[in-house]
Design a protein around this ligand. Structure first.
Ligand SMILES: [Mn+2]
Length: 322
């Protein structure tokens, strides 16, 4: 993904077996399921040197608390966030980091670390949020109190989630730099906040009407025009449950196999992407590893694999009826 064509991009993998952001158990097995599906061998096979940093251990945090409302496992997630933000920052220095989740609360830490790195490079950070949900709730608006539904609010600097970080968030992501695709389940308060803060939401209706190319091209153009870094955060529930059943928050009507691969192929061609989250894989709910394999294949497309080779078919000599 680096623009220097002479150097094969070096990829750093980090497992984040975090499941405190959701009610459903099982996401802690996500990183190992992705490894079992061959994500590292796949990337190596595409010519990318890939280093596996193993699984992250959370920090022990005692002081964190939310200012108001409901946020389950706040302390535990603060521990993951603080350890991950530091790791993400370090990994981004000279590699393309891939974070294997773990539930989507992972992004609270990964994006914060990447935003710090981007700021030090004097570049904006854009986030492409591929998800059924905007994850823009706050402790005050959330019905469930599950922090995996608050990730975007957290890294955009919501004050009720500030206690997840070790220190005040110096580089919050600007909400207008968050582009969402695939959205089809939004809470009422969340909808109002998304509009107020000008998050760019492409719901499934947009995909139905114009496809994935136009909204994606708008993002790529903006990223190129501002010399930004681009983080992609891919939630399993972005995909239609018929092709990706291994997630605790399935919503019908998700992206198809080809829509998802097309997004990844266009992102590869753009050479804009600088980091990736693969989140919400719950292997306990999977069917013979099909979701882990699909997430691995989508990652391969992001790194240059063509699913369908564009070979020209030469029809054989026309033969008449025998
Ligand atoms: Mn999500």
């Amino acid at each position: 993904m680096k623009t220097n064509q002479d150097i094969s991009p070096s990829i750093a993998i980090l497992g984040v077996p975090l499941e405190d952001g959701t009610h459903e158990k099982g996401c802690l097995m996500g990183p190992d399921a992705l490894r079992t599906a061959g994500i590292i061998e796949t990337l190596e096979g595409l010519g990318h040197h890939t280093a596996d940093h193993g699984n992250l251990t959370p920090r022990q945090v005692t002081a964190a608390s939310t200012r108001s409302g409901s946020a389950r496992n706040f302390e535990a997630i603060a521990g993951w966030t603080q350890a991950l933000a530091d790791m993400a920052y370090a990994m981004a220095q000279d590699t393309f980091p891939i974070f294997l989740g773990g539930d989507h609360a992972l992004s609270i830490g990964s994006v914060a670390g990447l935003a710090r790195h981007a700021a030090e490079c004097s570049r904006p950070l854009y986030v492409l949020w591929l998800d059924a949900h905007p994850d823009f709730n706050t402790p005050a608006t959330s019905q469930s109190g599950n922090i995996h539904g608050m990730s975007v609010a957290a890294f955009c600097g919501d004050p009720d989630l500030a206690g997840l970080y070790a220190e005040p968030l110096r580089h919050p992501v600007h909400p207008s730099h968050v582009h969402m695709i695939g959205i089809r389940s939004v809470d009422l308060d969340e909808r109002l906040r998304l509009q107020e803060q000008r998050v760019l939401v492409n719901d499934m209706r947009v995909i139905d009407e114009v496809g994935v190319i136009r909204p994606l091209q708008q993002l790529i153009d903006e990223v190129k025009a501002t010399n930004a870094m681009l983080h992609v955060s891919l939630d399993v529930d972005f995909l239609d449950p018929s092709i990706a059943p291994a997630v605790g928050t399935t919503v019908p009507g998700g992206a198809t196999f080809r829509e998802a691969h097309l997004i990844m192929e266009l992102l590869h061609e753009s050479e804009c992407v600088t980091s990736l989250d693969l989140v919400e894989l719950n292997p306990f709910l999977d069917h013979r590893g099909m979701t882990a394999e699909l997430m691995t294949d989508l990652t391969a497309s992001l790194f240059g694999r063509k699913i369908f080779d564009r070979r020209t078919r030469h029809p054989g000599p026309q033969t008449g009826p025998q």
